[in-house]
Structure formats: C-alpha cells, structure tokens
Design a protein around this ligand. Structure first.
Ligand code: ATP
Ligand code: MG
Length: 440
C-alpha cells in the first residue's frame, strides 16, 4: 500500500519564447501522438533524450512521450499501437519505421521492506506504479533526461534543475546516487554513455559511488548488457565511451578478460588497438557506412584471444588450430557476461580464423580469399592490426593493392614470383600449410 503523498514540487516553467525547441524539429509522428492525446483530453509531453537533444541543438535519436493516459487508453486512440512490457507496460505507436514510445507517468516508490524486496547485493527493488507528472520526473535517471516539453503551450517543465545542469554540461543523477545506481546498475553505463555522447562531465556526487557499485552489473541480464554495449560503441562516440568506461572501472565488468590486459600494454598495444578500432567505427558511423557488432566484438576480444592462442601454440597446438580453439573458448566465456547473438558471434570468430589466410599470398589463394563473403571484414581487421603495429605494413599494403586491382591481369602482377611454376607451387603450398603461423 502506498498511502504517502509525495510532496509537490513546483516546476520551473520556461515559456516558448525563452527556449529553442521548435516544432519543425520534432518528428511528425511524435507531434501526431502528442496532439491526439491532447485532443482526447489527456496530458502529453515530449520527454527524455528528445527534449534534451533539441535543447542542445542536436538531432534526437528518437522521441519519447509521457502522458497520464493508461496504456489501454493510448491504444484506443491509435490503430498502429501495441502494448509492450510486463512489469511496466508501455504503448508503442508505429509509423512506418519510426516508433513513438508512450509511457504513462510512473512513480518510483520504495516497496515496503519485506523479505525479497532487496536482492542479495542490496539492490533495492522498487515498485513502479502509475504516478503524477512530478513523480514521473523524479523516477528518471539524470536531471537532463527529465525535462518535459508541453504540447499545450510549447513550454518546457523542469522539476529537477535539469536546465541548469544542461547549460553547465553536467550529468547528475536525480536523488541519492548510490540508491539510484543500486536500483538499476545499468544507470552506471548510461552515465558513461551520455558523458561520451554529449561531452558532459559526470557530477562528482554521481561519479563517486560508481567504482564501488560497478560489480552490481553482474546482476544484469546479458541480453540487456549487449543492448547497452551497442548503444555505447556503435553510435559515433565509442572511443570516448571506452575512456569513460575504463575510468569508472566499468569496462572490466563488461569485458573481464580484456580489461586486465589493457594495463599491461606494450608500446601502447593493445589499448591503442581497441581505441583505434573504436575510432574507426566512429568514423564509419559519421560517414553513414555500415558497422557491425561482429567486428566491434572481434576488436574488443582480440588481445585475450591472441594471447590464449599463443599459449596453446607454445603447448604444441598447431597455429591455426590454436587460434580456432582460443576463439571458441573465450568467445563462449564472454557470452556468459554479455550476450552476443549467434548471428554476430559466428562472423566474429570467422574474422579471427581468416587472419592466417592473409599470410598465404601465392597461387590462386588470394583471389579465392578476395571472393569470400567476409573478406572485407577480415581485411579491415588486418588493417587495424597493421596500424597497431602487430602486422607487417608490407603485408597489409599488399592486400590493399590486391583489392584495388580491378582485373585478374592486374592481380596476377601482384602475385609473388615464387608462386609461378605449377609443380613447385603444389609442394611449397603443402609445406607452407605447416608454416602458416597464427598472427603473432
Ligand atoms: P537516447 O538519445 O539514447 O535515446 P534517452 O535519454 O532518450 O537517450 P532512452 O533510453 O531512450 O534514453 O530513455 C528515454 C528516457 O527514459 C530517458 O531520457 C530517461 O528519462 C528515462 N530512462 C531510461 N532508462 C532509464 C533508467 N534506467 N532509469 C531511469 N530512467 C530511465
Ligand atoms: Mg530516447
């Protein structure tokens, strides 16, 4: 039973003339949802990243709506609406490829302290019930994410000093930081993400408990962590996000095998390897080129896989087999922390397994390799290794030229002379098979 009335805070209300949010910057679908709720007599606000990003003059990734209408009431207004979620039910209104998420105001009240209300790690479970607009503001994570754009008069409402933080470039968790991180440890990752994305600084009070609470990420379902990792690394600010995750001790919770190796780097490797991988992914995102979690995870796990393969080789396993086994072992283990769907894990392992093939430059093998559907990903990975100084620049350059060569005749010119006589080729190929070494 929740009988306690929350104390009402009066919001700061910024009228339309005093802020920069223009309706022309809000998606038509979001506007449709806001207006239809309003005409049906409900309150409706744009909230979250949409408002934050518009105030910052950035283009929002998506638009979220908050309302006092219940999910069924929302559904009654839109044909294209589905209700999702079990514990908190949300309405998704779909317009082509765009989904507007409509959430009913919720309150975040502590559950009566009975058995089972806190998880083993002291994570305080709270009951999410419907609430008022004020309560909805207080249950959100960061103050800059709790600003409401009112469709009635186009004003912005602020219950939590979010506007001041937004102007100061500060990420501040609403309420007591340790309590809020315990409630949902993913908020620690969100802090790193928004700090990177917005270039904001994490308020010292918000940052303080993170190092101690980082182990709570172990409670988060691997599938949710996977989603968060994509949001951290595949939206154009991954290199920054990585730095923040490292600084707060969060990276170790996501990639426990990779993290310790970052501290023992030699000549800037592998720390620079991952930074380079992320920087090149960031560039691709900015250039609107496709990026894949398979490549990203391949880069993040490369150092432990490489080292494990070397160990196995020392113990007598043949190089290609050592790489294969190391990849299988470590990827399997990693997936227990962060779910990596098979459609990404398979190509990720393939990127590793294809690396030794770059050492085979004779005969028809290079041409055949070029035609492999995953050649390009493996090649990009080779380039990364070359940039990090792990692979000979000559080798990398050769493959770059081979790829640029348009015709078979041009490619022939690049084939090393030693490969010419057919008889010798066969013999040397057999010999080479044993010599092919796992990437050193
Ligand atoms: P993005 O630009 O990534 O979409 P966002 O701030 O919109 O950023 P979402 O994950 O889309 O983030 O969530 C929308 C809003 O819901 C947030 O702005 C915040 O107010 C609230 N929210 C999301 N996740 C949490 C959470 N774990 N705890 C509290 N509030 C949350
Ligand atoms: Mg959003």
């Amino acid at each position: 039973m929740h009988t306690q009335e929350p104390s009402v805070i009066s919001p700061v209300i910024v009228p339309r003339a005093e802020h920069n949010i223009s309706r022309s910057k809000i998606s038509e679908s979001a506007l449709k949802v806001l207006y239809r709720l309003k005409s049906a007599g409900y309150e409706s606000y744009l909230v979250g990243g949409g408002v934050r990003d518009l105030l910052l003059g950035r283009e929002p990734k998506d638009f979220d709506v908050a309302t006092n209408a219940r999910p069924e009431e929302v559904r009654a207004l839109f044909r294209n609406c589905r209700i999702i979620g079990r514990r908190f039910r949300l309405a998704h209104v779909q317009f082509g490829r765009e989904i507007i998420e409509v959430a009913t105001f919720r309150a975040n009240r502590p559950v009566a302290q009975t058995a089972g209300s806190a998880s083993e790690n002291g994570r305080i479970l709270r009951d999410n019930t419907y609430g008022t607009l004020e309560e909805d503001a207080l249950r959100r994570d960061f103050s800059v994410n709790a600003l409401y754009y009112d469709i009635r008069d186009f004003s912005v409402r602020d219950y939590v000093d979010g506007l001041a933080d937004l102007h100061a470039g500060v990420l501040r968790l609403i309420g007591d930081p340790a309590t809020r991180f315990r409630e949902d440890p993913v908020r620690m990752l969100r802090a790193a993400r928004f700090a990177a994305k917005l270039g904001f600084r994490v308020h010292p009070d918000t940052a303080a408990p993170i190092a101690e609470l980082a182990p709570l990420l172990a409670d988060i379902p691997p599938a949710r962590l996977f989603e968060e990792i994509l949001k951290l690394f595949l939206y154009g600010f991954g290199a920054q996000a990585f730095e923040h995750l490292r600084r707060y001790g969060l990276f170790a919770r996501l990639f426990p095998r990779t993290d310790p190796l970052l501290d023992t780097e030699e000549q800037g490797f592998p720390h620079t390897f991952i930074s380079r991988a992320l920087a090149s992914t960031d560039t691709r995102v900015r250039e609107d080129k496709p990026v894949t979690p398979a490549f990203l995870f391949a880069a993040l796990m490369w150092e432990p896989v490489r080292q494990r393969a070397a160990e196995l080789e020392t113990a007598g396993t043949r190089p290609a087999e050592a790489l294969h086994q190391a990849a299988d072992e470590l990827v399997f283990e990693q997936i227990a922390h962060v779910a990596l769907p098979r459609r990404f894990a398979t190509p990720m392992i393939e990127i590793y397994q294809m690396q030794p093939r770059f050492l085979q430059r004779e005969g028809k093998r290079p041409s055949r390799f070029l035609a492999h559907p995953r050649f390009r990903a493996a090649y990009d990975f080779l380039m990364l290794r070359a940039e990090a100084g792990e692979v000979d620049a000559e080798l990398a350059g050769w493959w770059t030229r081979l790829q640029a060569a348009g015709t078979d005749a041009e490619r022939e010119l690049l084939v090393p002379v030693a490969a010419a006589p057919a008889g010798r080729r066969r013999r040397s190929r057999r010999r080479r098979r044993h010599k092919v070494s796992a990437p050193a």
